[in-house]
Design a binder for this molecule. Structure first.
Ligand code: UD1
Length: 430
């Protein structure tokens, strides 16, 4: 089991390069098998979730050629009509995107139903509602979602709740349905737009992605393309918050500043300086952090995937703050871990009430999920003393060479896998 060991209290200073967006890349990879021609995708992050999805795609017959760590050629002409099994689904929840892509292309798909996960129950009713509206017969069979259609026919679909996954899944299936589909109350996240742009580059006809009404005219066939994934707004936001929590000065490069507006706005409100460039943002934190109220919302609201990082920051801000989680019901699991570092946080229903303390104190903590894991690393970076973060396999699902990038900013952090290595680190930094 690997861990991070961190000696905190050093302001992060320097430049960091952001990789491709994991959540855009997952959907784009799943969509890449919708043509029989070879698709080239680059700016992929080299993280566990991506590699797990590529494996799931190989398991159903897709031909995957790695060009390098961040680029891949995919050929979907060998995809077989086999269910995407439990093992794949367990490793990577986003293999549910294969439902939309396989249903669109072959009019048949079967994917094991994802179980609950660490941040909430995460139902798929809206995905299923959309597939049914397109004329598919969908049933839950032996723990799997099985969808089948003689013909997929365009339809008018209203999503009762804004869902990134359902919007993308329905968009993929509708791209190869007959006639027009309208998705209302669609998710507007940058990765929804990226997937639409990708499908359009394959010959699809999708308009309106990035607004809450997406209009799709189905096409019979999609063709090859070469595509580069957008930068990861959550990785970028995580480094921006790490800069703020350590009182640092960090230039975050290879970003689309527009995608970071909610994060930037909240950092300004907390008293940081944020300077925007064409493809970079610089965060400087020289003043005491101020308390505030935050609510997670679908894009362009403050992202739920930045909620734990936000709580960590407010944990050392002056005064009392509240963080309201409106997307997932179980996303405060990290609070108990943070309390071991001295945080004063009470959770009532979906609201965390945070009384700022002066500083965290290093402790041994466990990453409960991907983003909360990254947030605990930020707490460790700002803490007095040494923090050990266990279960970093969660963090590795979505952050490429996290510790290397942090070291590049002056952090004292090591990836270790034994008590002996932890002792060695203690001696080195003492
Ligand atoms: C995606 C992201 C995840 C992010 C989330 C919200 C990927 C791989 N994951 O997850 O990192 O935290 O968006 O920005 O891109 N819901 C339903 N029924 C459904 C589908 C969703 O009720 O059929 C609910 C969910 O329980 C949740 C809300 O809708 O309360 C939003 O979920 P959704 O946007 O679908 O999240 P994901 O696509 O799973």
């Amino acid at each position: 089991m690997e861990q991070y060991v961190i000696k905190g209290g050093i302001p992060l200073v320097g430049e960091v390069e952001i990789g491709g967006a994991k959540n855009a890349a997952l959907a784009i990879l799943a969509a890449s098998i919708m043509t029989d021609e070879t698709v080239t995708i680059d700016n992929l992050p080299d993280v566990r979730d991506i590699n797990a999805l590529l494996q799931a795609m190989e398991d159903i017959g897709a031909k995957i050629d790695r060009i390098d760590a961040h680029a891949v050629k995919v050929n979907g002409s060998f995809v077989r009509d086999v269910p995407v099994d439990y093992e794949s689904m367990k490793k990577i929840r986003a293999s549910y995107y294969l439902l939309g892509s396989l249903l669109g292309k072959y009019k048949r798909a079967e994917v094991t139903l994802p179980g609950g996960c660490n941040i909430g129950s995460r139902p798929m009713d809206l995905h299923i509602k959309g597939f049914r509206a397109l004329g598919a017969h969908v049933e839950i069979r032996n723990g799997a979602v099985a969808a089948e259609a003689e013909r997929l026919v365009g339809s008018h679909i209203y999503l009762d709740k804004v869902s990134v996954g359902a919007t993308i899944n329905i968009m993929m299936a509708a791209a190869m349905a007959e006639g027009k589909t309208t998705i209302e109350n669609a998710a507007k996240e940058p990765h929804v737009v990226d997937v639409a742009n990708f499908l359009n580059s394959m010959g699809a006809n999708i308009r309106g992605a990035g607004t809450d009404v997406i209009r799709i005219v189905g096409v019979e066939k999609l063709h090859k393309t070469e595509y580069s994934v957008i930068p990861d707004q959550i990785e970028a936001g995580t480094f921006m918050f790490a800069a703020a929590a350590t009182k640092g000065d960090v230039m975050v490069r290879n970003v689309i500043p527009k995608h970071l507006e909610a994060t930037t706005a909240k950092l300004l409100e907390a008293g940081c300086e944020v300077e925007e460039f064409d493809d970079a943002v610089r965060v400087v934190a020289s003043k005491p952090l101020r308390h505030m109220q935050v609510t997670t919302l679908p894009y362009p609201g403050f992202p739920t995937d930045m909620q734990p990082q936000m709580s960590v920051l407010l944990g050392i801000a002056e005064g009392t703050s509240t963080v309201t989680e409106s997307i997932f019901e179980n996303r405060f699991k990290y609070v108990d871990e943070l309390a071991r570092m001295g945080a004063d946080i009470k959770v009532e229903s979906n609201i965390a009430i945070i009384s700022g303390i002066k500083n965290y104190a290093g402790a041994r903590v466990s990453a409960p999920d991907l983003r909360a894991g990254a947030a605990l690393v930020i707490a460790g970076l700002s803490a007095e003393g040494i923090t050990i973060v266990d279960d970093i396999h969660y963090i590795q699902r979505g952050y490429e060479v996290f510790e290397e990038k942090l070291k590049g900013l002056g952090a004292q952090i090591e990836k270790v896998s034994s008590e002996k290595e932890i002792q060695k680190f203690r001696l080195k930094v003492s």
